[in-house]
Design a binder for this molecule. Structure first.
Ligand code: FAD
Ligand code: FO1
Length: 481
């Protein structure tokens, strides 16, 4: 039996969650939450290293929380299908998996006590709700509890001790640290100590059927959930699309994106794995650098924003210059204003915006370029920046599979409130917030080709479940929310 922990997880990746330091007997428990995968998972690798060192079983738990930030069947369905695959992958390595249900702040410590866990490991997530869960769990435990950043290549708290102004200030810090952290990831080992109380596999069909969830947004067609599909999507991107980056990725009329965000959001694939395989892929250096800029700098900048700015989802989180300029223009005339219902139904005067809305409602993933345009138009067409921000976040999190993510809160704050951006030439309503308009899009890509693509996609991949169609216009089913 190894006398030292197995492949060490760098200490910078681990943070204590409570003051308990004495090693206690009993199994090691990994409370999986953000990083829902068996491979390339630093939190799981740390938990296994500790369990091997102690000569005890390793038990993974996932606590299924109801109504997570307004998530609908679209997101829970994607997540549960991925979790079922991950459970099997863990069982194949003689690692137990237990599905808990309810409020993690209560259920997780109760379960840890019930099994006499000697150590609790969990993964890192900067969202307020998750920090609340971890604080509650750690306070209720009488054994050591730690969090491991298994999501970022450079642990968020190690990359920077404060909120960064933008990509330009975080990038050099990441560049300096990447050689230490963008390293090969050890494989999970078959665990030699079996937990004798394993309850057996979860009944995922019953779990999904009995889930108390908003079922008015159907599961997204055309995307297969789970770690196996995630790797397939990655390798297809690297083999067929990376070369076209970034030009093709900025053209919504073509399929030029990696389409990895739903998998990254649910932790069904590791960003570090994506970066390692991108570095090994044959592609022009400029294409590779452009993709890694998004995958590493932009994504880890979003975690930095949510980690250090407690107001990441309100206008209080905007920089002072942005709050000032938006307030100076708060009473500007709004030539167009639309209610939430009209926006949600994609019924505005702007056919490009309507198509982007329909793409999101139908497919669960709006093209990156249009997410910026889409959000900025909502700033232009609603009564105030606060209403705009709330509308962007609500619709983004209701329909995007990758919603409820630091990337989304940072993306919304960038579009509406100039976070991670600079001041631009002053204009009505926007003030000095960066402006985007229809003609700007027209000069960058073929709008009618994009609109056609969205329409074709809707016929090619009929939505799963209920959606009303009105003369080719997709309107989300209206059910009590
Ligand atoms: P690719 O271009 O292939 O990028 C690969 C990965 O790089 C992405 O999966 C993502 O992890 C990262 N990335 C790319 N662009 C960004 C960015 N601008 N900011 C942070 N990371 C980025 N992303 C989400 O994951 N969830 C959201 O809810 C979300 N909402 C957004 C809302 C608005 C208003 C805006 C402007 C952006 C939002 N984004 C969100 C960021 C970005 O649009 C998506 O990450 C991207 O469209 C995902 O598609 P992809 O993986 O095919 O992109
Ligand atoms: N994390 C959990 O630990 N338990 C859940 O039940 C859960 C549900 C959920 C639903 C939709 C969604 O988008 C995310 C969800 N998450 C859940 C969190 C997710 O794993 C990510 O940690 C964060 O959303 C991203 O930071």
């Amino acid at each position: 039996m190894p006398k030292t922990p197995s492949p060490p997880v760098r200490p910078e990746r681990i943070r204590p969650l409570n003051g308990c330091r004495d090693a206690a007997p009993g199994p090691v428990m990994y409370w999986m939450s953000r990083d829902q995968r068996a491979t390339d998972n630093w939190a799981l690798l740390h938990a296994q290293g500790e369990a091997l060192f102690r000569g005890v079983p390793l038990v993974t738990v996932f606590c299924l929380a109801p109504l997570f930030l307004g998530a609908t069947l679209r997101q829970y369905g994607f997540m549960l299908r991925g979790l079922a695959e991950t459970e099997q992958a863990l069982r194949d390595m003689a690692i137990s998996f237990v599905l808990l249900r309810g409020d993690p702040g209560c259920e997780v410590p109760a379960f840890a006590r019930r099994i006499g866990a000697g150590l609790v490991v969990t993964d890192f997530d900067p969202l307020r709700i998750k920090t609340g869960w971890r604080t509650q769990v750690a306070a209720a435990l009488r054994v050591p509890a730690v969090e491991v950043d298994a999501h970022n290549i450079v642990p968020a708290w190690h990359a920077s001790p404060k909120q960064e102004y933008g990509a330009y200030t975080l990038r050099p810090k990441l560049r300096k640290l990447l050689p230490d952290f963008l390293t090969p990831i050890p494989a999970l080992r078959r665990h030699p100590h079996v937990w004798p109380h394993d309850p057996g596999p979860a009944d995922w069909v019953t779990v999904q059927q009995s889930l108390r969830v908003d079922r008015s947004v159907s599961e997204a067609p055309g995307i297969t959930p789970g770690p196996t599909a995630a790797l397939r999507v990655l390798r297809h991107f690297l083999g067929h699309k990376l070369g076209g980056y970034p030009d093709a990725s900025r053209n919504p009329a073509v399929d030029g994106l990696s389409n990895l965000s739903p998998y990254l959001h649910f932790g069904q694939i590791s960003a570090q794995r994506v970066a390692l395989e991108t570095n090994a892929a044959a592609a022009a250096p400029a294409a590779r650098a452009a993709f890694l800029e998004e995958l590493i700098v932009r994504r880890e900048l979003a975690d930095n924003f949510c980690l250090y700015n407690p107001h990441y989802d309100t206008s209080h989180g905007f920089p002072a210059w942005a709050r000032q300029t938006l307030s100076d223009h708060a009473h500007d005339a709004r030539p167009y204003t639309y209610s939430r219902d009209r926006l949600e139904a994609g019924e505005t005067h702007d056919d490009l915006w309507n198509a982007a809305q329909q793409e999101m409602v139908h497919s669960g993933k709006m093209h990156s370029y249009l997410r910026m345009y889409w959000a900025k138009k909502i700033l232009e067409w609603t009564g105030s920046p606060d209403e705009a921000l709330q509308t962007v976040i609500d619709m983004n999190d209701r329909y995007e599979i990758d919603g409820r993510d630091p990337n989304g809160y940072a993306g919304a704050a960038w579009s509406v409130g100039g976070v991670h951006d600079r001041a631009w030439g002053e204009r009505p309503i926007f003030g000095k917030i960066r402006y985007m308009n229809y003609n700007g899009c027209k000069s960058k890509f073929d709008i009618s080709a994009y609109i056609r693509r969205v329409r074709e996609d809707q016929t090619l991949t009929p939505a799963v479940g209920r959606e009303n169609r009105k003369g080719g216009q997709l309107t989300p089913t209206k059910e009590p929310r």
